[in-house]
Write a protein that binds this ligand. Structure first.
Ligand SMILES: NC(=O)c1ccc[n+]([C@@H]2O[C@H](COP(=O)([O-])OP(=O)(O)OC[C@H]3O[C@@H](n4cnc5c(N)ncnc54)[C@H](O)[C@@H]3O)[C@@H](O)[C@H]2O)c1
Length: 351
């Protein structure tokens, strides 16, 4: 087992390669009540967990983004109240990023903050959503608009969960792994070169290495800038255009698929601005393409995507800000790039 320490408002551990059943016995010691939040898919595995003397409570939520709604959260708050949850009790979120985001926010908001533990069950959840303390739900006005920073007590990364994950969700999670390679840990890119999705899935040691390295990148960045005042923004590489695509596609594409398209966009933009070489641009296309991730998008229009990008949390007033590469592994912020370059990059991605 590999343990990574993350420092935020409190220090906590990410335990990679752990058996979640053993970890649950450990984290529930001394607690009176445990609330498990999970989707129906996880029911059988969650309901058989041993929690010592604690009393387990089970709350099944709808799958994916439907879980991250005010409706589900209101039901969850009522349920916690009816079950008598106090500040010494524990919430455990078991699922993909949508469920750990909801569980973390329920923990952040109940009694102004109770402890929670994340058990991510997707690649995206393991390398991204469950690590870093951002919790939240969607509003009808947009994704992740309601939320809080509230770090978990522990993140339990048991790779056995990945066996049942669809290829599409596995590959969507790898988009964030590729991102970590481009912004910081270039060894990740070396590991990925020449590998197909099937080869990565079949190689457990490689999968573990990629997940561990990506968690180290995220852990390192958020430990230095927990509340996203400056450096944490680099984790949004590819996300400005990616979020615009996500909204434009009405969430029909996975988050990681949109990030993949977004990384091609920022690579094209950096190339148009003479910040990266053609070989760096082509490396983006090669790596993401070999993981079966999309590298093009049929947009409704440039103006629709531009309007969506202006809603991005990094934008200031009407000025767009992007995280772009200089060299591989080094990022820079670019504010208000030339419109010609923005459109040229758009035309390359949305031919
Ligand atoms: N808090 C953060 O810092 C942060 C970072 C990145 C993403 N996110 C959020 O995470 C969400 C995306 O996460 P995701 O990609 O895990 O999506 P998800 O939670 O919607 O899960 C994707 C699909 O995988 C299924 N699934 C989950 N685990 C499975 C398993 N072990 N076997 C089979 N199927 C399984 C789910 O039921 C779902 O259908 C988004 O809501 C995004 O906003 C949050």
């Amino acid at each position: 087992m590999i343990t990574i320490d993350i420092k935020a408002e409190r220090q906590y551990q990410v335990r990679i390669g752990a058996d979640f059943k053993d970890e649950i016995k450990d984290v529930t010691k001394g607690r009176e009540r445990i609330a498990f939040i999970f989707s129906e898919k996880m029911k059988d595995k969650v309901k058989n967990l041993e929690v010592g003397d604690a009393e387990p409570f089970y709350f099944a939520v709808p799958d994916s983004e439907v879980a991250k709604s005010t409706k589900t959260l209101l039901q969850l708050w009522d349920w916690l109240g009816a079950a008598g949850f106090t500040r010494s009790d524990l919430i455990v979120g078991v699922g993909g990023g949508a469920i750990t985001d909801l569980s973390g926010f329920a923990a952040a908001s109940w009694l102004r903050g109770i402890d929670w533990v994340a058990i991510p069950t997707t690649v995206a959840g393991m390398v991204d959503a469950a690590v870093g303390g951002k919790t939240g739900i969607n509003s009808e006005y947009g994704k992740n608009l309601i939320g809080a920073f509230h770090s978990p007590q522990r993140v339990i990364v048991d790779l056995q969960w990945l066996e049942t994950l669809s290829d599409r969700d596995f590959s969507a999670g790898l988009a964030e792994v590729v991102k970590c390679g481009f912004i910081r840990d270039t060894k990740i890119l070396d590991f990925l070169k020449g590998k197909s999705l099937a080869e990565i899935r079949a190689d457990k040691a490689l999968t573990t290495e990629l997940i561990e390295r990506s968690i180290r990148v995220k852990g390192d960045v958020v430990s230095g800038d927990y509340k996203e005042s400056f450096n944490r923004e680099i984790l949004n590489y590819g996300h400005t255009f990616g979020h615009a695509v996500e909204l434009d596609s009405k969430y029909s594409l996975r988050h990681g698929e949109c990030v993949s398209i977004g990384m091609i966009y920022v690579a094209e933009l950096a190339y148009a601005l003479d910040l990266i070489s053609e070989s760096t641009l082509l490396l983006h296309r090669e790596l993401l393409g070999s993981l079966d991730l999309p590298t093009t998008y049929s947009a409704s229009s440039w103006s629709a995507l531009l309007a969506n990008m202006k809603l991005d949390k990094k934008s200031r007033g009407n000025t767009l800000r992007f995280v772009l590469l200089g060299e591989i592994g080094q990022t820079q912020r670019v504010e208000g790039p030339d419109e010609g370059a923005l459109i040229a990059a758009y035309e390359k991605v949305c031919q």
